[in-house]
Structures are given as structure tokens and as C-alpha cells.
Write a protein that binds this ligand. Structure first.
Ligand code: GTP
Ligand code: MG
Length: 331
């Protein structure tokens, strides 16, 4: 039986053959397997690709052990925690670690010289009742690009591009990062409305942070930054301006496109400490599933309190919820 492979398969295969970095090669191999039509005609090809994937995995693990680079491999992926995973990237010394240190309990090293951060570090920031995971990262510049950053960016829910409003080289620094990411086939977008047709590409939703706002009294640098990112949310921040940090947290929350729903046991008050996190316009059924996978099947109806609803309005599983709604499940 002929394999009948789609044209994108051949493009990916060419890319795969040319690639030398084993981690990138592994990603492409997985992508090749994913786009390969699954039928009798591709059985052999599928088996071959699975063998290549397992060989590459061994090569990466082996390399990590023999070169003492085990930690670098481990940085390829950071398990998600909380309502969203947000990665802060930017040029050296722009203040990524300072932001993570101020907004979370993490203790990254902050210093007044570049290239301080060598490894990613995570911390949880709390916006109102929502826990959001922030990742501090090593800088990106013509002198440094940690390859694992591509994997981290591809896996995250939101990118924050941190720009240094105090740096004379801000424009070049940011342009360099954008072109470096493009080289890695990562495109930062203000809103990701569709998946790329080319499976090698990755679109990532991004907001921009103009940090060290007080060093830019005239606002000229912030204006330039906004021009560089038309249509993007651009938030000016400073470590010593609490209002700016609160606005930054809110911008992150808004960009994650999530909402909070509070549960209420029958005859009790709502629990405001531990909201269910759902995508915007999530349904009663999704809320039930988030609590327990059996709940959605058992659900007879729910009662809802919230803006634009009658108190205790009776609804079914397909009802769309809004941020801040209170829900009482009836099984
Ligand atoms: N003026 C001003 N300086 C700041 C602000 N935030 C951080 N800094 C200073 O900027 C310098 C760099 O801060 P870091 O947080 O280490 O920067 P980084 O981006 O993590 O740097 P690398 O890890 O080297 O990439 C330090 O001297 C900080 O004290 C701010 O809001 N305003
Ligand atoms: Mg740092």
C-alpha cells in the first residue's frame, strides 16, 4: 500500500535531516510521527520513526550523563502548576529576575551586571485568588542562547518579553531576540487565533513589559517599545512601583484568557479561596469535570449566582459561565 504522505511531511523530513541539535531533532521526529497518516501503508515508516525517537532520547540522556549536562536536559520541560505557565524572556540585565523575585517567593539572584541568571527558576505569583507560575530565564543575546529555551517557550501558556527602558540598546536587543526566536521557528503574537499551517512553526501569545519605567522619564523609550509591538499589550513596570506590578499581574491574568468560578456546597457559603480555573466562556460541564471526571456524568443541573443572572438560576451542563460566577452542583 502506498504511504501517501502529505507535502508538509517532506518539508519536515528535510528539516529533520539537516538538523544537528539532538533535542531539536527529537522534536522534529515527534512532529514527523504526528503528521504521518496512520494506515497500513505507513506501518514500516511509523516503526522506523519510533525507533529514531527512542534512539535520540537515549542519545540526549547519555550525553547529559557523560557531559555533566543533566540539568540542562531537565530544563527542557517544566511541569505546569497553577492556572497558567508564564515565561519571562529578555536581554541581559533587563530585570527578569527582579520581577520574579518581587512577585513570587522564589529567590533568583539579582545583580547589577549582565548574565547573572544561568538556569530557569520558577515561582508562583498570586493575582487575587489565582496562582500563576512564572519562569525566570537566562538572558538572550548575540552571546548567549540556551537551546532549552525553545522547548520552554513552546510549552508555556504565555510569554512576557521584558524590555529594559533604561538601556540605550533596547531596540537592537529586542530585535535580536525576535530574530533569534524566528530562527528557532517561534513567532510571538499579541493573540494566537489559529495554529500555524506549517507544523515546524510555533505561535506564542505574548505581552510586553517595559521595565525600569522611572529611568524613562520622558516616556520616549516606552513609546518606541509600543511602536515595535503594535497591537500587543505593553505594560510599564518598576520594582518600586506597586501599582505597576499589580497592573502587570492583571495583564498576565487577562492574557491567559482564563476565568474563576467559585463552588458552593448546597446550604453553605461559597469557597472563595480555591476557585476552579476555566478557559473564558467555559461551561458548567467543564467546571464539573475540573472538580472530578465523574461529576460531569452525574450532574443533573446546577444553580448559578453572578452578574447578569437571577440568584440561584437553574442551568444545564452546556451553560456558559463568566468570571466570578458561583456554582452549586446538583447530582
Ligand atoms: N532602575 C531600576 N533598576 C532595576 C529595576 N529592576 C531591576 N533593576 C536592576 O537591574 C539590574 C538587573 O536586574 P536583574 O533582575 O538581575 O536582571 P536580569 O534580567 O535577571 O539579568 P540577567 O539574569 O543577567 O539576564 C539590577 O541591578 C537590578 O537592581 C527597576 O525597576 N528599576
Ligand atoms: Mg536574571
Amino acid at each position: 500500500m502506498p504511504a501517501n504522505l502529505p507535502p508538509q511531511y517532506y518539508e519536515l523530513e528535510r528539516e529533520y535531516t539537516r538538523e544537528h541539535d539532538p533535542r531539536e531533532k527529537l522534536r522534529l521526529a515527534k512532529e514527523l510521527l504526528r503528521v504521518m497518516p496512520k494506515h497500513k501503508g505507513t506501518d514500516k515508516l511509523q516503526a522506523e520513526m519510533k525507533a529514531k525517537i527512542s534512539k535520540l532520547k537515549k542519545q540526549i540522556d547519555g550525553g547529559a550523563k557523560s557531559h555533566g549536562a543533566r540539568q540542562a536536559t531537565a530544563h527542557d520541560h517544566i511541569d505546569k502548576e497553577g492556572a497558567g505557565q508564564v515565561i519571562l524572556i529578555g536581554p541581559p540585565n533587563c530585570g527578569k529576575s527582579s520581577l520574579v523575585e518581587t512577585l513570587t517567593h522564589a529567590k533568583p539572584i539579582v545583580a547589577d551586571y549582565p548574565y547573572t541568571t544561568r538556569e530557569p527558576m520558577t515561582g508562583m505569583t498570586v493575582f487575587e485568588t489565582v496562582q500563576i507560575q512564572l519562569i525566570d530565564t537566562p538572558p538572550i543575546s548575540s552571546e548567549m542562547y540556551e537551546n532549552y529555551l525553545s522547548g520552554l517557550i513552546r510549552n508555556c501558556d504565555l510569554v512576557v518579553m521584558v524590555a529594559d527602558l533604561a538601556a540605550k540598546t533596547m531596540v537592537e536587543d529586542i530585535r535580536f531576540i525576535l530574530s533569534k526566536l524566528e530562527e528557532k521557528r517561534i513567532i510571538l503574537q499579541s493573540e494566537v487565533t489559529e495554529e500555524p499551517e506549517d507544523p515546524r512553526l510555533c505561535y506564542r501569545k505574548t505581552i510586553v513589559c517595559g521595565h525600569k519605567e522611572y529611568e524613562d522619564e520622558s516616556g520616549v523609550m516606552l513609546g518606541t517599545l509600543k511602536e515595535m509591538f503594535p497591537g500587543f499589550v505593553v505594560v510599564p513596570t518598576s520594582i518600586i512601583d506597586d501599582d505597576s506590578l499589580a497592573a502587570f499581574q492583571k495583564a498576565i491574568f487577562d492574557a491567559l484568557s482564563i476565568m474563576r468560578v467559585y463552588t458552593k456546597p448546597v446550604g453553605h457559603d461559597p469557597d472563595y479561596n480555591d476557585p476552579i480555573i476555566l478557559p473564558i466562556a467555559g461551561t458548567v460541564e467543564q467546571a464539573a469535570e475540573a472538580l472530578h471526571k465523574d461529576f460531569a456524568h452525574k450532574l443533573k443541573f446546577a444553580k448559578i449566582w453572578g452578574e447578569g443572572k437571577f440568584d440561584g438560576q437553574r442551568v444545564q451542563g452546556d451553560f456558559q459561565l463568566s468570571d466570578g460566577d458561583i456554582i452549586e452542583f446538583h447530582m
